[in-house]
Design a protein. Structure first.
Length: 284
C-alpha cells in the first residue's frame, strides 16, 4: 500500500467524523469590487504569446485533447463549474505538499481546459520562490506580480494573453528577497478581488505547502483548494500535515497524480472501436 493511499485513507476516516465535504460551504461569498480606471477595457490589448502544442510540454489539454488525462480535466472543470454556479465564486488555488507533485502542470492544464471552452481564464503564478509557469507556457518574460507590487500602476501592463483562446497569465515577476511579504500585501488581496470581476475563472499556482507559508496566505484569497499529490512520491507525513493545514470547507478535491490504473487502456479501446465503426473517428 503506497504512502499516498494510506494518507488518503486516514483523511477519509477523519472526514467521516465531521460534516461531509459536499455539504460544507465552498467558502465565503465573493465580494466583487468595482472596475479600477477602466483597466478591463485594456485586456485584449496586452502582450500575447503562443501556447506550445508539443507533447513534450505535457499540456495535454492543448496537445492531446482526446486522451484520458484531458477527459479527466474536462470532468474536473465540469464539477467546479457546477459547484460555482450555486456559489458565485471562481478563485481556485492549486497546491501540493512538496515539490514535484505536479501542481504547476495541473494549474496550466486546468486553465487551458477552461479557456478552450470559451471561458475567460486568468492563470496566476503565485510561486514567487521558484516560478515555473512562464517557461512551461512559452512566455519569454517573467515580469509580473512582484514587479506590479513595486509599481502598482495598471495590472494590464503585466498580463499576457494567449493568441488563440481567452487565456491570460500573470507571471510571478522578478525575484525578490521576501516573496511571502509580497503575497501578504493588502494591495495583493485587493488585486485578486478586482481581477475576480474581470474573469470567469482565476487559477493560482502556489508553492508547496511544506515548508512554506505562502499557500496558506493565498488560500485566504481563494474559494477552492485543489491539492495535488503524486502516487508513490508524496511523503505521507507531509501530506497529512498539509491536509491538516487546509480549511476543510475549501478543500474541493485531492487529485492523485501518476496513479497506476487500467482506465487509460479502456479509454483508448473505446475510441479505437468507435473509429472502426464509423471509419472517421467520430463519436456515436
Amino acid at each position: 500500500m503506497s504512502r499516498v493511499f494510506e494518507a488518503l485513507q486516514q483523511l477519509h476516516v477523519r472526514a467521516s467524523a465531521e460534516a461531509p465535504m459536499d455539504t460544507d460551504p465552498v467558502g465565503e461569498s465573493c465580494q466583487l469590487l468595482p472596475d479600477f480606471g477602466g483597466e478591463i477595457m485594456q485586456l485584449d490589448a496586452v502582450r500575447q504569446f503562443v501556447l506550445s502544442s508539443a507533447p513534450a510540454k505535457r499540456l495535454v489539454a492543448r496537445s492531446e485533447p482526446h486522451t484520458l488525462a484531458a477527459e479527466k480535466l474536462r470532468g474536473l472543470a465540469a464539477r467546479l463549474r457546477q459547484t460555482r454556479s450555486s456559489r458565485e465564486c471562481k478563485r481556485i488555488l492549486t497546491a501540493s505538499a512538496v515539490r514535484a507533485d505536479g501542481k504547476s502542470m495541473m494549474s496550466a492544464n486546468l486553465a487551458i481546459t477552461f479557456a478552450s471552452q470559451g471561458e475567460r481564464t486568468l492563470l496566476i503564478d503565485g510561486d514567487l520562490h521558484k516560478p515555473t509557469l512562464h517557461p512551461l507556457l512559452g512566455i519569454d518574460s517573467r515580469r509580473g506580480l512582484t514587479d506590479w507590487t513595486e509599481d502598482p500602476s495598471s495590472i494590464t501592463d503585466y498580463l499576457v494573453r494567449e493568441q488563440r483562446m481567452p487565456l491570460w497569465v500573470l507571471p510571478a515577476g522578478s525575484p525578490v528577497d521576501q516573496p511571502l511579504a509580497k503575497v501578504q500585501l493588502p494591495a495583493t488581496r485587493e488585486l485578486i478581488g478586482r481581477l475576480s470581476t474581470w474573469f470567469d475563472w482565476i487559477i493560482i499556482d502556489s508553492p508547496p505547502m511544506v515548508p512554506l507559508a505562502d499557500s496558506n496566505v493565498w488560500s485566504t484569497m481563494c474559494d477552492f483548494v485543489l491539492l495535488v499529490v503524486r502516487e508513490g512520491v508524496t511523503p505521507k507525513r507531509a501530506l497529512l500535515k498539509t491536509l491538516d493545514s487546509i480549511e476543510r470547507a475549501k478543500l474541493f478535491a485531492v487529485i492523485l497524480n501518476d496513479a497506476v490504473s487500467n482506465e487509460s487502456k479502456y479509454y483508448k479501446q473505446y475510441y479505437a472501436s468507435d473509429t472502426d465503426r464509423t471509419g472517421n473517428g467520430n463519436s456515436k
